[in-house]
Design a protein around this ligand. Structure first.
Ligand code: PMP
Length: 421
């Protein structure tokens, strides 16, 4: 292992992150399972990219068939991108009927920010203070883990993200009030500084923020303030999208709001790098009038084939219902585990996106959480941590996760907590 890590550091840089004290040297995957180069099997409870399961045969076949027929840039006319686009926009309940295909969530968010600017001519962007939306120069201004060189630009405002426990806490209504007040302050500042409000961008599941439990309507006051100021609402659905949260296809549906722009990524191609921005026809037209936008690889025939296969498999295997069913079952198991371990301060989530927040002695148990992630890995179950204090165990497996997989996860967690806590 040390040899490959040295090679990696030499070539890919010393700060290229890996998961786990002892990183997993992966060799192959199938469904919810991963195998390392020694043939050891792991239950993958974290990887949302293989949305319909690692190496799903339908997706593999679609990619290889299309790759053997044609793959090229996107300036030819080809049916598949249209077939896919029509199938995708049909999944949105309101007037989001147009799309741009890109290659990553970062690119999708970058395009979304420019769409908002095109629509209102303003530059101010509001996000949360504990998030990640991607790696382009514009989008990385919104990320909270590292301050950009030269600091955050003046048109960026980061408002306090909601939290079930500290530092926000309180009732659900109080959490919503606190969020709205943050957004209203940001609007006032952006207007005073002449930037105006171009967009509010949030993940509607607040996934990187620690996926707090939010009531339907949580965003309403904040959204009406942004709209009143002439801003657009961007829902970054890179993590909750495509039915993962079980109750709905999209996070914004669960919260009960209608964004102007939705960005998609990770699960969309089951690992194939394809992403998209879905929006209203007037927004897309306005964007195209003001920016000459072209994307060589975005929505090429192989990407469209991969994405189409994913959409088909979600339907055929009823994976949204599976996420709801298995997610509820797993949450119940975790709630039982929590009764036996004081360190679990909160169990929460929706569908196949859930977890447990760890606290000890009245404080977020960050170190304990890191130890748990490694202990679980050593016991053959892969998950990770998230949240403002990195003290929440995050479970977000491929959506083919089963009751038996949930049993294994809960039993392993119980045993690991016995040792580590
Ligand atoms: N948005 C969110 C909410 C994300 O979590 C991520 C990636 N973790 C991105 C955007 C960026 O996606 P990508 O890595 O595909 O550029």
């Amino acid at each position: 292992m040390s040899e490959i890590l040295e090679r990696r550091a030499r070539l890919l840089g010393p700060h290229m992150t890996t998961f786990y004290r002892e990183p997993v040297r992966v060799a192959r995957g199938k469904g919810v399972w991963l195998w390392d180069t020694n043939g050891r099997q792991y239950l993958d409870c974290y990887n949302n990219v293989p949305h319909v399961g690692h190496c799903h045969p339908r997706v593999v076949e679609a990619i290889s068939k299309q790759a053997s027929e044609l793959n090229t840039h996107t300036r030819y006319v080809h049916d598949l991108i249209l077939d896919y686009g029509e199938a995708l926009v049909a999944k949105f309940a309101h007037d989001l009927e147009s799309m741009v295909m890109v290659c990553s969530g970062s690119e999708a968010n970058d395009v979304a920010l420019r769409m908002a600017q095109a629509m209102n001519g303003k530059t101010g962007i509001i996000g949360t203070d504990n998030t990640y939306h991607g790696n382009t120069t514009a989008v990385s201004q919104l990320n909270s883990s590292k301050v950009p060189i030269g600091g955050y630009l003046d048109h960026i405002r980061q408002v306090p993200a909601p939290d079930n426990l500290a530092p926000v806490g309180g009732t659900r209504a109080e959490q919503a009030e606190a969020f709205a007040a943050g957004v209203e302050n940001a609007i006032a500042e952006l207007e005073a500084s002449g930037h105006g409000v171009s967009a509010l961008i949030v993940c509607p599941y607040f996934a990187n923020e620690g996926f707090p439990t939010l009531e339907r309507g949580f965003m309403d006051r904040a959204i009406s303030a942004v709209r009143k100021a002439g801003g657009l609402i961007i829902a970054d659905e890179v993590q909750p999208g495509f039915g993962r949260i079980g109750s709905h296809w999209w996070g914004h549906e669960k919260l009960g709001f209608a964004p102007d722009i939705v960005t998609l990524g990770k699960p969309m191609g089951n690992g194939h790098p394809v992403a998209a921005v879905v929006t209203r026809h007037d927004v897309l037209t306005c964007f195209q009038e003001q920016f000459k936008y072209f994307n060589t690889f975005g929505g090429n025939p192989v990407s469209a084939a991969a994405a189409m296969a994913v959409l088909n498999v979600i339907e055929e295997e009823d994976l949204v219902a599976n996420a709801a069913d298995v997610g509820a079952y797993a949450l119940g198991l975790l709630t039982e585990v929590a009764k036996r371990h004081d360190v679990i301060a909160d169990v929460r989530g929706s569908g196949l996106f859930f977890g447990a927040e760890l606290w000890r002695d009245g404080k977020p148990a960050t170190e304990l959480c890191a130890l748990m992630v490694d202990e679980m890995r050593d016991r053959g179950v892969l998950l990770h941590s998230v949240g403002r204090h990195d003290n929440t165990l995050k479970v977000r497996p491929p959506c083919v996760f089963s009751h038996a997989n949930a049993d294994q996860l809960a039993d392993t967690l119980d045993a690991a907590l016995e040792v580590v806590a």
